[in-house]
Design a binder for this molecule. Structure first.
Ligand SMILES: Cc1cc2nc3c(=O)[nH]c(=O)nc-3n(C[C@H](O)[C@H](O)[C@H](O)COP(=O)(O)OP(=O)(O)OC[C@H]3O[C@@H](n4cnc5c(N)ncnc54)[C@H](O)[C@@H]3O)c2cc1C
Length: 327
């Protein structure tokens, strides 16, 4: 590590854009930062988004995946340490911070830190919500059911002329329904509750429904699956009554996201951490209710999830930590 042994070490769990930003700011402010990432790459969700990101000032034309590479290259030029393929095995509270025990490439390692920053992001909900439904495992293993909001994009050409079910009522379900319908498939949009997509995309989907390209199944819920040769039958319940089977060639599920915070539940040192629906609650400085524990990015923000908010969160937590240590 580049900094002197006396400069405070901060452990950042999660190497997405929030964690990287925080690490950068900490080193700029004269502290040591170590990123603990469970995967083998920095970038988090951005790595899976191969679409131009129009929302980050100063980086027009780059896809999110290209941004992730830029950010990771930047981190590689700093003194930030990164532990890939690592996860937290234990945390012990110390008078001046925490002792973390990590599993790194299957080896155990102990790391004393003065603060911990949780930056573990969110994941698309899917298998964990449907796992108990009859027929789900076979349907999932067939590869005909998928959950990541953009995983239809590389399949559009093959969907022409097919029957496709899209489950969900938010923006991602609506964008998927539109993309798939315009690719020439007939879409069955299954909505459990009234649509809550933004008005513009909702209007586009409604127009496609009027043209007969999309059939909406309102107040409907998926209750089971049956695999056919080259397709899948989806059991539906409408207004709590069995309404029959929908035969489709494939299914895209877009039912929201969950915060990656459950892994903290098993640690005694973190008992009493305030969360709401899994999202970690912080104050404006990104402090949690526990001493020297911060949370940043999507895992601490259920409403305004974006690259720039995650970057800003990292900067705020780093400045707050630095101010407390040196101010
Ligand atoms: C389909 C889609 C499209 C989007 N489009 C845009 C857009 O156009 N513009 C925009 O600004 N935003 C967009 N976003 C949102 C943006 O991608 C996120 O807000 C941002 O990437 C969040 O960064 P993060 O660092 O908080 O979390 P993440 O990117 O989720 O990173 C979390 C990291 O933590 C790691 N991790 C998780 N659990 C553990 C653990 N227990 N131990 C160690 N590591 C762990 C993960 O492997 C990951 O690397 C989009 C999101 C999606 C899903």
């Amino acid at each position: 590590m580049g900094k002197s042994r006396s400069s405070p070490l901060v452990g950042i769990i999660g190497g997405g854009v929030a964690g990287m930003s925080c690490a950068l700011w900490l080193t700029q402010l004269g502290h040591q930062a170590v990123i603990i990432e469970r995967g083998g790459q920095l970038g988090g969700q951005l790595l899976g988004i191969n679409r131009v990101n129009h929302w980050v000032l100063g980086l027009p034309g780059l896809t999110s995946a290209e941004m992730a590479k830029r950010y990771a290259d930047h981190i590689a030029k700093t003194s930030v340490s990164v532990c890939f393929n690592s996860r937290l095995l234990a945390i012990e509270a110390l008078p001046d911070g925490y002792q973390m025990q990590l599993s790194r490439n299957s080896q155990s390692q102990t790391l004393p830190v003065q603060a911990i920053v949780i930056a573990t992001g969110v994941r698309a909900l899917g298998a964990e919500m449907f796992g108990d439904l009859p027929g789900f495992t076979a349907a999932y293993l067939s590869g005909l059911v998928s959950f990541f909001p953009l995983d239809h994009l590389d399949k559009l050409a093959a969907l022409n002329g097919q029957r496709v079910a899209v489950v969900g009522g938010g923006d991602n379900a609506h964008f998927t329904a539109k993309d798939v319908a315009l690719a020439g498939a007939h879409v069955h949009l299954v909505l459990r509750s009234p649509a809550k997509a933004q008005s513009a995309i909702r209007a586009e989907v409604t127009a496609l429904a009027c043209q007969g390209l999309i059939t909406e199944h309102s107040a409907s819920e998926v209750t089971g699956f049956r695999l056919r040769q080259n397709g899948i039958d989806v059991a539906l319940k409408k207004n709590n009554q069995v309404s029959g089977w929908l035969s489709v060639d494939r299914l895209f599920v877009r039912i929201g996201f969950a915060a990656n915070s459950e892994f903290l539940n098993g640690f005694d040192a973190l008992v009493g951490l305030h969360k709401q629906s899994g999202y970690i609650i912080t104050d404006a400085a990104k402090r949690t209710n526990l001493p020297w524990l911060y949370a940043i990015g999507d895992v601490a923000n259920s409403k305004h999830q974006s690259v720039v908010v995650a970057i800003a969160d990292g900067a705020v937590a780093a400045q707050d930590f630095s101010g407390r240590k040196t101010g």
